[in-house]
Design a protein around this ligand. Sequence first.
Ligand code: PGA
Length: 252
Amino acid sequence: MRKYIIAGNWKMNLTLEEGYGLASEIKWMVADEVNNKAEVVLIPPYLHLSGIQNLLKDSNIKTGAQNCHHKNKGAYTGEISPAMLANMGVTYVIIGHSERRQYNGETNEQLAEKINAALENGLTPIYCFGETLWERESNLELTITESQVREGLFHLTEEQIKKVVLAYEPVWAIGTGKTATSNQAQEIHAFIRSVLTEKYTKAAAESISILYGGSMKPENAKELLSCADIDGGLIGGAALESRSFVEIIKSI
Ligand code: PGA
Protein backbone atom coordinates (compact mmCIF):
# COMPACT_ATOMS: atom_id res chain seq x y z
CA MET A 1 0.00 0.00 0.00
CA ARG A 2 2.78 2.42 0.93
CA LYS A 3 5.36 3.29 -1.63
CA TYR A 4 8.92 2.08 -1.06
CA ILE A 5 11.37 4.83 -1.94
CA ILE A 6 15.12 4.54 -2.29
CA ALA A 7 16.60 8.02 -2.59
CA GLY A 8 20.25 8.89 -3.06
CA ASN A 9 21.26 12.20 -1.48
CA TRP A 10 24.52 13.14 -3.14
CA LYS A 11 25.02 16.18 -0.87
CA MET A 12 27.85 18.48 -2.05
CA ASN A 13 29.69 15.77 -3.99
CA LEU A 14 30.61 14.95 -7.60
CA THR A 15 31.48 17.25 -10.51
CA LEU A 16 28.98 17.56 -13.33
CA GLU A 17 30.82 14.95 -15.34
CA GLU A 18 31.01 12.51 -12.42
CA GLY A 19 27.34 13.09 -11.63
CA TYR A 20 26.22 12.38 -15.19
CA GLY A 21 28.38 9.26 -15.17
CA LEU A 22 26.82 7.99 -11.95
CA ALA A 23 23.27 8.73 -13.09
CA SER A 24 23.87 6.90 -16.40
CA GLU A 25 25.30 3.86 -14.63
CA ILE A 26 22.36 3.69 -12.22
CA LYS A 27 19.87 4.06 -15.07
CA TRP A 28 21.54 1.24 -16.92
CA MET A 29 21.79 -1.04 -13.87
CA VAL A 30 18.29 -0.54 -12.51
CA ALA A 31 16.10 -3.01 -14.33
CA ASP A 32 12.39 -2.30 -14.71
CA GLU A 33 11.38 -5.16 -12.42
CA VAL A 34 13.35 -3.60 -9.57
CA ASN A 35 11.98 -0.23 -10.41
CA ASN A 36 8.44 -1.50 -9.99
CA LYS A 37 9.06 -2.47 -6.37
CA ALA A 38 10.56 0.85 -5.31
CA GLU A 39 10.61 4.39 -6.53
CA VAL A 40 14.22 5.28 -7.20
CA VAL A 41 15.18 8.92 -6.71
CA LEU A 42 18.44 10.74 -7.42
CA ILE A 43 19.04 13.90 -5.42
CA PRO A 44 22.14 15.57 -6.87
CA PRO A 45 23.35 19.15 -6.35
CA TYR A 46 21.10 21.76 -8.05
CA LEU A 47 23.64 22.30 -10.84
CA HIS A 48 23.33 18.70 -12.02
CA LEU A 49 19.55 18.55 -12.01
CA SER A 50 18.76 19.76 -15.50
CA GLY A 51 21.27 17.46 -17.22
CA ILE A 52 20.27 14.48 -15.11
CA GLN A 53 16.58 15.11 -15.80
CA ASN A 54 17.43 14.88 -19.49
CA LEU A 55 19.47 11.76 -19.01
CA LEU A 56 16.65 10.01 -17.14
CA LYS A 57 13.78 11.10 -19.39
CA ASP A 58 13.09 7.62 -20.74
CA SER A 59 13.36 5.87 -17.35
CA ASN A 60 11.22 5.60 -14.19
CA ILE A 61 13.90 7.14 -12.03
CA LYS A 62 12.82 10.41 -10.42
CA THR A 63 14.85 13.39 -9.29
CA GLY A 64 14.83 15.53 -6.17
CA ALA A 65 16.51 18.65 -4.82
CA GLN A 66 18.38 18.87 -1.53
CA ASN A 67 16.65 22.04 -0.33
CA CYS A 68 14.53 24.96 -1.51
CA HIS A 69 13.57 28.45 -0.41
CA HIS A 70 10.13 29.15 1.04
CA LYS A 71 9.32 31.89 -1.51
CA ASN A 72 8.73 31.41 -5.23
CA LYS A 73 10.83 34.38 -6.30
CA GLY A 74 12.45 37.57 -5.12
CA ALA A 75 15.62 39.20 -3.90
CA TYR A 76 17.15 36.19 -2.15
CA THR A 77 20.68 35.96 -3.52
CA GLY A 78 21.97 32.43 -3.84
CA GLU A 79 18.64 30.71 -3.27
CA ILE A 80 16.60 28.33 -5.45
CA SER A 81 12.82 28.47 -5.37
CA PRO A 82 10.35 25.59 -5.29
CA ALA A 83 8.63 27.08 -8.36
CA MET A 84 11.88 26.77 -10.32
CA LEU A 85 12.28 23.15 -9.27
CA ALA A 86 8.69 22.26 -10.12
CA ASN A 87 8.99 23.96 -13.49
CA MET A 88 12.00 21.76 -14.31
CA GLY A 89 10.02 18.61 -13.56
CA VAL A 90 11.73 17.76 -10.25
CA THR A 91 9.52 15.45 -8.15
CA TYR A 92 10.97 15.55 -4.61
CA VAL A 93 12.67 18.06 -2.34
CA ILE A 94 14.46 17.30 0.93
CA ILE A 95 13.33 19.65 3.69
CA GLY A 96 15.09 19.89 7.04
CA HIS A 97 18.08 17.61 6.54
CA SER A 98 20.06 17.62 9.80
CA GLU A 99 23.03 19.18 8.01
CA ARG A 100 20.85 22.17 7.10
CA ARG A 101 19.46 22.32 10.63
CA GLN A 102 23.01 22.19 12.02
CA TYR A 103 25.02 24.35 9.60
CA ASN A 104 22.33 26.72 8.36
CA GLY A 105 20.36 27.02 11.57
CA GLU A 106 17.08 25.98 9.97
CA THR A 107 14.31 25.77 12.57
CA ASN A 108 11.14 23.69 12.60
CA GLU A 109 9.18 26.91 12.07
CA GLN A 110 11.13 27.82 8.93
CA LEU A 111 10.88 24.25 7.70
CA ALA A 112 7.10 24.38 8.07
CA GLU A 113 7.10 27.31 5.62
CA LYS A 114 9.29 25.39 3.18
CA ILE A 115 6.92 22.42 3.41
CA ASN A 116 4.01 24.71 2.47
CA ALA A 117 5.92 26.21 -0.44
CA ALA A 118 6.95 22.78 -1.74
CA LEU A 119 3.39 21.44 -1.55
CA GLU A 120 1.93 24.55 -3.19
CA ASN A 121 4.24 23.91 -6.13
CA GLY A 122 3.31 20.25 -6.40
CA LEU A 123 6.67 18.97 -5.10
CA THR A 124 6.81 16.02 -2.69
CA PRO A 125 8.73 17.07 0.43
CA ILE A 126 10.98 14.53 2.13
CA TYR A 127 10.87 15.92 5.67
CA CYS A 128 13.86 14.84 7.78
CA PHE A 129 13.88 14.51 11.54
CA GLY A 130 16.12 12.76 14.05
CA GLU A 131 17.86 13.12 17.38
CA THR A 132 21.52 13.92 18.09
CA LEU A 133 23.81 11.57 20.03
CA TRP A 134 23.44 13.67 23.17
CA GLU A 135 19.68 13.58 22.88
CA ARG A 136 19.68 9.80 22.49
CA GLU A 137 22.04 9.35 25.42
CA SER A 138 19.71 11.55 27.48
CA ASN A 139 16.72 9.38 26.45
CA LEU A 140 15.16 12.28 24.60
CA GLU A 141 14.77 10.63 21.20
CA LEU A 142 10.99 10.28 21.38
CA THR A 143 10.47 13.83 22.65
CA ILE A 144 12.76 15.36 20.02
CA THR A 145 11.49 13.41 17.03
CA GLU A 146 7.89 14.03 18.01
CA SER A 147 8.44 17.78 18.36
CA GLN A 148 10.24 18.00 15.02
CA VAL A 149 7.36 16.23 13.31
CA ARG A 150 4.69 18.25 15.15
CA GLU A 151 6.29 21.64 14.58
CA GLY A 152 7.25 21.00 10.98
CA LEU A 153 4.14 19.24 9.76
CA PHE A 154 1.12 19.34 12.04
CA HIS A 155 -0.28 22.56 10.57
CA LEU A 156 -1.08 20.51 7.45
CA THR A 157 -4.50 19.09 6.64
CA GLU A 158 -4.91 15.34 6.26
CA GLU A 159 -4.99 15.69 2.48
CA GLN A 160 -1.71 17.61 2.59
CA ILE A 161 0.18 15.38 5.00
CA LYS A 162 -0.59 12.38 2.81
CA LYS A 163 1.57 14.06 0.15
CA VAL A 164 4.63 14.26 2.44
CA VAL A 165 7.36 11.64 2.80
CA LEU A 166 9.14 11.47 6.16
CA ALA A 167 12.73 10.42 6.78
CA TYR A 168 14.03 9.41 10.20
CA GLU A 169 17.70 10.26 10.25
CA PRO A 170 19.36 9.88 13.62
CA VAL A 171 22.11 12.52 13.47
CA TRP A 172 24.58 10.21 15.23
CA ALA A 173 24.28 7.70 12.39
CA ILE A 174 24.73 10.08 9.44
CA GLY A 175 28.06 9.68 7.70
CA THR A 176 29.54 8.08 10.80
CA GLY A 177 29.36 4.44 9.75
CA LYS A 178 27.21 3.86 12.86
CA THR A 179 23.78 2.61 11.89
CA ALA A 180 20.76 2.50 14.12
CA THR A 181 19.92 -1.15 14.74
CA SER A 182 16.78 -2.30 13.00
CA ASN A 183 15.07 -2.37 16.43
CA GLN A 184 16.08 1.20 17.22
CA ALA A 185 14.92 2.41 13.80
CA GLN A 186 11.67 0.42 13.82
CA GLU A 187 10.86 1.75 17.30
CA ILE A 188 11.04 5.38 16.15
CA HIS A 189 9.24 4.72 12.86
CA ALA A 190 6.36 2.96 14.65
CA PHE A 191 6.28 5.72 17.28
CA ILE A 192 6.07 8.49 14.65
CA ARG A 193 3.36 6.56 12.83
CA SER A 194 1.40 6.39 16.08
CA VAL A 195 1.83 10.15 16.55
CA LEU A 196 0.50 10.65 12.99
CA THR A 197 -2.44 8.34 13.74
CA GLU A 198 -3.29 10.32 16.86
CA LYS A 199 -3.25 13.66 15.02
CA TYR A 200 -4.83 12.50 11.75
CA THR A 201 -6.34 9.06 11.06
CA LYS A 202 -4.97 5.54 10.97
CA ALA A 203 -5.61 5.44 7.23
CA ALA A 204 -3.57 8.60 6.68
CA ALA A 205 -0.72 7.42 8.93
CA GLU A 206 -0.64 4.05 7.19
CA SER A 207 -0.38 5.68 3.78
CA ILE A 208 2.68 7.82 4.58
CA SER A 209 6.13 6.49 3.64
CA ILE A 210 8.74 6.85 6.39
CA LEU A 211 12.29 6.36 5.13
CA TYR A 212 15.35 5.55 7.23
CA GLY A 213 18.63 7.40 6.71
CA GLY A 214 22.00 7.08 8.42
CA SER A 215 24.80 4.88 7.09
CA MET A 216 22.45 2.60 5.18
CA LYS A 217 24.53 0.34 2.97
CA PRO A 218 24.20 -3.00 1.14
CA GLU A 219 25.26 -4.91 4.29
CA ASN A 220 22.47 -3.57 6.50
CA ALA A 221 19.80 -2.53 3.99
CA LYS A 222 17.91 -5.82 3.89
CA GLU A 223 17.41 -5.99 7.63
CA LEU A 224 16.38 -2.34 7.94
CA LEU A 225 14.07 -2.45 4.93
CA SER A 226 12.31 -5.56 6.17
CA CYS A 227 11.02 -3.72 9.27
CA ALA A 228 7.27 -3.18 9.24
CA ASP A 229 7.39 0.61 9.43
CA ILE A 230 10.50 1.32 7.34
CA ASP A 231 9.42 2.20 3.82
CA GLY A 232 12.72 2.89 2.14
CA GLY A 233 15.98 4.72 2.59
CA LEU A 234 17.55 8.14 2.23
CA ILE A 235 21.11 7.24 1.41
CA GLY A 236 24.19 9.47 1.47
CA GLY A 237 27.63 7.87 1.19
CA ALA A 238 26.48 4.59 -0.36
CA ALA A 239 24.56 6.50 -3.05
CA LEU A 240 27.77 7.90 -4.52
CA GLU A 241 28.72 4.56 -6.00
CA SER A 242 26.41 2.86 -8.50
CA ARG A 243 27.02 -0.68 -7.32
CA SER A 244 26.27 -0.07 -3.65
CA PHE A 245 23.24 2.10 -4.43
CA VAL A 246 21.76 -0.48 -6.80
CA GLU A 247 22.45 -3.28 -4.30
CA ILE A 248 20.41 -1.39 -1.73
CA ILE A 249 17.56 -1.05 -4.25
CA LYS A 250 17.75 -4.76 -4.95
CA SER A 251 17.59 -5.68 -1.28
CA ILE A 252 13.92 -4.66 -1.09
P1 PGA B 1 24.76 8.64 5.05
O1 PGA B 1 23.83 9.94 4.89
O2 PGA B 1 24.07 7.53 4.32
O3 PGA B 1 26.08 9.02 4.42
O4 PGA B 1 24.88 8.37 6.51
C1 PGA B 1 22.44 9.84 4.96
C2 PGA B 1 21.82 11.21 4.81
O5 PGA B 1 22.36 12.17 5.34
O6 PGA B 1 20.79 11.36 4.12
